[in-house]
Design a protein around this ligand. Structure first.
Ligand code: GUN
Ligand code: ZN
Length: 435
């Protein structure tokens, strides 16, 4: 976006992790967010920003709320139509629900349609950046990158790599995996708003040779990312132990192939050992916490307190289609709900939940210099929420006495119907049809 605009609204953002420093939470009742050429040029009280920039046209969003664009750190594009297969646990859900649908991505026309619907679903829920599992097929994965570029959102994504335990149609060879990944990296990584993420599906479906290919790609391309799954369910963990008898634990498999570190996001980690938690913290690896998926698939309750106390970086993932929808704020609510009744319970505060839904995801992807909050110079990635006048949320907000109460009501009740306008680099990537 070129030109300047001064947005007037209630503004929330976090410049760091409020769990560690409460001063990092910023809430401005009558706020002014100055956007110039797609970047944040100022953020503060409207009157003060206005006084310094009297010539800039004002976008009046009073009565609504502006947050940084939401970041979904774990979501599967070919699983759009799998949402809502309730009742199974991981391995039988994969077999019955996810893998048959993922096999259909061999049809590039079907994949293109799915990719377009998928990115539209993300932005219409306020997500501006996502770490996405592509398909097991390179042309389908290319469709995902193309769809994200057309709609204008940021993604880190990759071709999903597996060579055992799934089904033959989804398996590749190490040679093809290397060749196709390298081609996709050259075509998409660092182009526009896209990043490439090496994506071994999980240790269970990757041979040692395939994990070596992932290691080679990570070595050859120092700025690409990596994503996978870890410690989701007990039978999965048992099967990984059988396949990799030399590994100390699940994390040990990824460590052996150089796949941990600050470029890596691992989803779930529900059944982590104390040693794994310590090593995740030391390596700077991020855990994508996906509480709705953990509940829906019966994975268990994520030991959030132990991860936080050890200093593990954590962010949120919707894990569609194991998860139940695209809303990252809903995911934050689900995290809150589950942690209240965890064996080691904790109360996740609204500022901390906002951080998890925004800046924590930016940090996970190594993008905190660019997105995640409204510091001057960052990209104007934002979401404008305004609940429908006749909604329960609007009623609740009319009675809210302070901004903490407002934020907790938004996290609890704001769904896609409350998302009005979504920007990336100041460009509109979604605008609701409601006036
Ligand atoms: N582990 C391996 N593949 C998947 C998947 O598609 N969803 C979830 N939740 N876990 C996985
Ligand atoms: Zn997943």
């Amino acid at each position: 976006m070129t030109g300047a605009e001064l947005i007037r609204s209630t503004i929330f953002h976090t410049t760091g992790d409020p769990y560690r420093d409460s001063q990092t939470f910023v809430a401005i009742d009558d706020g002014g967010l100055l956007v110039r050429d797609g970047r944040i040029a100022a953020c503060g009280d409207f009157a003060a920003v206005r006084a310094a920039h009297a010539d800039v046209p004002v976008t009046d969003w009073r009565g609504g709320y502006v947050l940084p664009g939401l970041v979904d750190t774990h979501v599967h594009f070919p699983q759009l139509r799998v949402i809502g297969h309730l009742g199974g646990s991981l391995l039988d859900w994969l077999e019955r629900a996810a893998l048959p649908e993922e096999t259909r991505m061999a049809d590039v026309t079907y994949a293109r349609d799915t990719a377009r619907r998928f990115v539209r679903a993300l932005v219409s829920h306020g997500t501006t950046t996502a770490s996405v599992f592509g398909a097991h097929f390179a042309p389908a994965t290319a469709e995902l990158f193309d769809a994200a570029e057309v709609i204008g959102m940021r993604i880190a994504a990759g071709l999903v790599l597996s060579d055992r335990r799934l089904r033959p149609e989804l398996h590749t060879t190490v040679e093809t995996a290397y060749r196709e990944s390298t081609t996709l990296i050259g075509r998409y990584h660092g182009h526009g708003r896209a990043l490439y993420s090496v994506t071994p599906r999980f240790a269970l479906s990757a041979s040692e040779a395939m994990l070596e290919v992932c290691q080679t790609l990570m070595r050859e391309q120092p700025s690409i990312r990596c994503q996978s799954h870890i410690n989701e369910q007990r039978d999965e963990i048992g099967a990984v132990a059988t396949l990799f008898p030399w590994a100390e634990d699940y994390l040990g498999v990824y460590e052996r192939f150089g796949l941990v570190g600050d470029r890596t996001i691992l989803a779930h980690d529900v059944h982590a050992t104390a040693s794994e938690i310590e090593r995740l913290a030391d390596s700077g690896t991020t855990v994508a916490h996906c509480p709705a998926s953990n509940a829906a698939l019966g994975s268990g309750i994520f030991p959030f307190r132990r991860h936080l106390e050890a200093g593990v970086r954590c962010a949120l993932g919707t894990d569609v289609g194991g998860g139940v929808g695209f809303g990252v704020l809903k995911e934050a609510l689900q995290a809150y709900l589950m942690q209240r009744s965890a064996p080691e319970p904790m109360v996740l505060t609204p500022p901390h939940l906002l951080y998890l839904a925004t800046r924590a995801g930016a940090e996970a992807l190594g993008l905190a210099h660019l997105i995640g909050d409204f510091e001057t110079g960052k990209a104007a990635d934002l979401v404008y929420l305004r609940p429908p006048e006749d909604s329960v949320l609007a009623d609740v907000l009319r009675g809210a006495r302070d901004l903490d109460r407002v934020l907790s009501a938004l996290i609890t009740l704001a769904g896609a119907e409350s998302i009005r306008d979504v920007r990336v680099d100041g460009d509109v990537v979604y605008r609701s049809e409601v006036a």
